[in-house]
Design a protein around this ligand. Structure first.
Ligand SMILES: [Fe+2]
Ligand SMILES: [Fe+2]
Length: 426
């Protein structure tokens, strides 16, 4: 029994590893990412195609979702919208996180529209929806118009934060004004209280290492001060604080893309702040991958995209908030013959328990998580036998770039953000 529980628990944490291993394997495509992200070319979005037939919700007779595996991972063989497990916990509310809709890129708007149809059919409705940036592909007027047209269809209250494709990595005062003009309700930072939660939305691009424009320096400093104030006040009021951003506050999940992350001093200060204030979770997007990491007691939850850019399959996250913590379901909108969706129970997870699970994982569990982790990508199975298991495991434990790298990466190895217990794999 204990070994079963162990198996159920362990794979969850591989979800954070695969980012880096996959990086090595797909370095070519990632390097092409750089130029794509930089490009802010005008894209004429295609008009939304006629709504396809609504995706039927899986029948009620589907296999039940496994229960009892707190702090664990379980593939969903049945209905991903089935009631939450009877585990003695009260469901305080549910919410949906979408990320990286990239409206304007090819037919990504269709995936967004599909997600909206699914959300609008949920019963009960989620208390809110959060879209964590890269709302559009290049923030042209046409793309913004199309995004708003779709966004306005969402029945649940929906919150937004900007991504680098909306305000650019090297954002400036003009881009910030543009954002605030188009989405005045989401001038960052903002705080919204929902039940026991305080949601704090920020613009991570203001603190991006690639931001050179001095015109946004003051805005960036103001956002920092205001965010600190909002987080501290919410904590003092006994709220459970959830910070939503676009680029995760990590040196990198893709080792070669470190220059795209936050400025190192901001990242360090942010980690100090969230630890001191007991922030429950940082929820982000941007890397178009499925990531999980735990620092202290704070969860770093990085959601895969709606956009099918970089070969991902569109998916969304449905969260359940209980008095004790979180569970989420990663729900793929198109399964392509596979059951890709899974449930992740994060009740009681902290850094120590997370490390224990990762270190206790065997190769069979690793393979399982690898497959699920990369479910949205092509040719997943054939890569696993070729990966370096030791390195893969170490990535799970330490996304803080435990390996000295050339160029920008080496700067972060000096920040002492790494776990002291992590041995360099090579
Ligand atoms: Fe994106
Ligand atoms: Fe992004």
């Amino acid at each position: 029994m204990s070994s079963l529980l162990c198996w159920l628990k362990q794979p969850a944490f591989f979800i954070s590893v695969s980012a880096v291993a996959f990086t090595a394997l797909l370095s070519l495509s990632l390097s092409s990412l750089l130029s794509e992200d930089e490009a802010q070319a005008t894209v004429s979005p295609e008009p939304p195609s006629p709504d396809p037939a609504p995706r039927p919700v899986a029948p009620a007779q589907s296999a039940p979702i496994p229960v009892g595996n707190t702090l664990g991972f379980a593939p969903i063989a049945g209905d991903p919208f089935a009631p939450w497990p009877e585990d003695g916990r009260e469901t305080l509310l549910t919410f949906v996180q979408l990320s990286d809709t990239h409206v304007g890129r090819g037919k990504d708007h269709e995936a967004f529209a599909s997600a909206i149809r699914v959300i609008n059919r949920m019963d009960p409705q989620p208390t809110f929806v959060m879209i964590t940036g890269d709302l559009t592909d290049s923030f042209t007027k046409a793309q913004i118009k199309l995004f708003k047209k779709l966004y306005n269809r969402i029945k649940a209250t929906t919150y937004l934060v900007p991504g680098n494709h909306d305000v650019m990595f090297n954002t400036n005062a003009s881009r910030i004004s543009w954002w605030e003009r188009e989405f005045p309700s989401f001038k960052t930072p903002y705080r919204v209280d929902v039940g026991p939660m305080a949601l704090v939305g920020i613009d991570s691009q203001l603190w991006n290492a690639r931001r050179k424009s001095r015109s946004a320096d003051k805005i960036a400093d103001q956002q920092w001060d205001e965010m600190e104030r909002l987080v501290t006040a919410a904590t003092d009021e006994g709220k459970r604080v959830f910070i939503f951003d676009h680029i995760p506050p990590m040196p990198t999940f893709y080792r070669q893309r470190i220059a795209r992350s936050w400025k190192s001093d901001r990242m360090r200060d942010y980690l100090s702040l969230i630890k001191a204030q007991g922030v429950e979770a940082d929820l982000s997007g941007h890397v178009h991958r499925d990531e999980l990491y735990v620092e202290g007691k704070t969860l770093f939850l990085n959601a895969p995209p709606i956009s099918e850019k970089y070969t991902r399959l569109a998916s969304m996250r449905l969260f359940r908030v209980t008095p004790q913590g979180l569970t989420y379901r990663q729900i793929y909108l198109r399964r392509r013959g596979k059951h890709l969706s899974y449930q992740m129970d994060l009740h009681g997870v902290d850094e120590a328990s997370y490390d224990r699970w990762v270190n206790g994982m065997d190769d069979a569990s690793l393979a399982k998580v690898w497959q699920v982790r990369h479910a949205g990508e092509r040719d997943v199975e054939r890569w696993f036998p070729r990966i370096d298991k030791k390195r893969f495991r170490s990535y799970l434990l330490d996304p803080f770039d435990h390996q000295p790298q050339r160029g920008m990466n080496t700067r972060f190895s000096k920040l002492r953000l790494r776990r002291g217990s992590m041995a360099s794999p090579e």
